[in-house]
Design a protein around this ligand. Structure first.
Ligand code: DAH
Length: 360
């Protein structure tokens, strides 16, 4: 063959084709055929090189050269496919001849230690979804990238609120010339509240689990990426009693035993009144330990009655509709349930951690 700088001619294609077809027929097993395929058709393969040489062909000859090359490439591909089928057939035939081969035996099982497992976050989320579906809640999913409005304004969080600070929120850079609302990685699943009110006619009940992001330095109890489950119920009449009952049902299901809860006042701009719902420490039973910081209680579930301004942003008249909402810290719940001492294990990707949750 001529060096690439010189003008390649169709005879080069014919020569390569003849050579390739002979080599393909001569291969004796599927691995050798795969190697040859790469040598001929791969990124640096002989056929590809000829194609690159096209720029040296006189413009008048290019159409003919190109057409011949396309034809040759198809012929090479066809020959490889035919040879592959022949080799495979021969391999299977040889296997069938082998007296020790029994096609009725089950296929070898993959090594049991390499079986997959559901992540504890996935498991607990599945469980929560099951409990809420049984109570008539819809399961909704909202984007991780959202607008400043859905994350803050809609939730009655004013512009000067420190949560909007660079310290807490990952803002997306505006591209030059980009207009429209500022976007961010949602800092909580509460972004779904007004979205849900605008999308569904009340009364409704919904949960929306998901990943949330905060611009935080990490330690045993803080991660920049963690998980929450938001819940929202809107009806003509709702009550704190109804909220507490739903939360208690959920937590008792998750911990597989009756849990004791208590309410403390808590401030969140999007609820009024707002609460922190604590549960009796599941590790020490309330006697005091390092997990509950010796208080006997663990803060798990901020919640409250939906603020009238949030209902208004959702297009609902607060004189007509009421609601309650909660934002369950899923990561923390998982840590409590499985007694995981460091939040960084959850998304650390260390198989020594993940494989501990394989089903028995
Ligand atoms: N979005 C709040 C947070 O991430 C948690 C929260 C508090 C959600 C009260 C709620 C709620 O729905 O009612 O800190």
């Amino acid at each position: 063959m001529q060096p690439a700088q010189q003008e390649p001619v169709t005879q080069d294609i014919d020569a390569l084709l003849a050579e390739s077809l002979a080599a393909i027929t001569a291969t004796e097993d599927e691995a050798a055929l795969r190697d040859l395929e790469v040598k001929l058709l791969g990124k640096k393969g002989a056929v590809t090189e000829l194609l690159k040489g096209m720029k040296h062909v006189a413009p008048a000859d290019r159409p003919a050269f190109g057409a011949r090359l396309t034809e040759a490439r198809a012929a090479v591909e066809g020959a490889i496919a035919t040879r592959r089928a022949t080799l495979e057939e021969a391999r299977v035939a040889a296997l069938c001849e082998d007296p020790s081969f029994d096609a009725t035996l089950p296929a070898p099982r993959p090594n049991a230690t390499r079986n997959g497992a559901l992540h504890p976050l996935t498991r607990v989320t599945d469980h929560i979804e099951e409990v809420f579906r049984a109570m008539g809640f819809m399961l909704l999913d909202y984007p991780e990238i959202d607008t400043e409005f859905n994350n803050f304004d809609a939730l009655n969080i004013p512009a000067a609120h420190p949560a909007r600070d660079m310290q807490d929120t990952f803002w997306l850079a505006q591209r030059p010339g980009e207009t429209g609302p500022r976007r961010l990685l949602r800092t909580h699943t509460s972004t779904g509240q007004v979205r849900t009110m605008r999308a569904f006619a009340p009364p409704f009940r919904a949960i929306f689990p998901g990943r949330v992001f905060r611009y935080e330095s990490t330690d045993a109890s803080h991660e920049h990426t963690f998980h929450q489950v938001e819940g929202l119920m809107v009806a003509r009449h709702t009550s704190v009693a109804n909220l507490v009952y739903s939360m208690k049902t959920l937590l008792s299901e998750i911990f597989e035993r009756e849990v004791t809860v208590r309410l403390r006042p808590g401030f969140f701009p999007f609820v009024e009144p707002g609460f922190e719902l604590d549960i009796r420490c599941q590790v020490c039973g309330g006697d005091g330990c390092s997990v509950c910081k010796h208080s006997g209680w663990v803060e798990l579930l901020p919640c409250g009655l939906v603020h009238p301004n949030v209902l208004r942003h959702g297009g609902l008249d607060p004189a007509e509709w009421q609601g309650w909402a909660f934002g369950l810290g899923l990561s923390r719940l998982v840590m409590m349930k499985y007694q995981i001492e460091d939040i960084r294990h959850l998304l650390g990707g260390d198989l020594r951690f993940n494989t501990q949750f394989r089903r028995g």
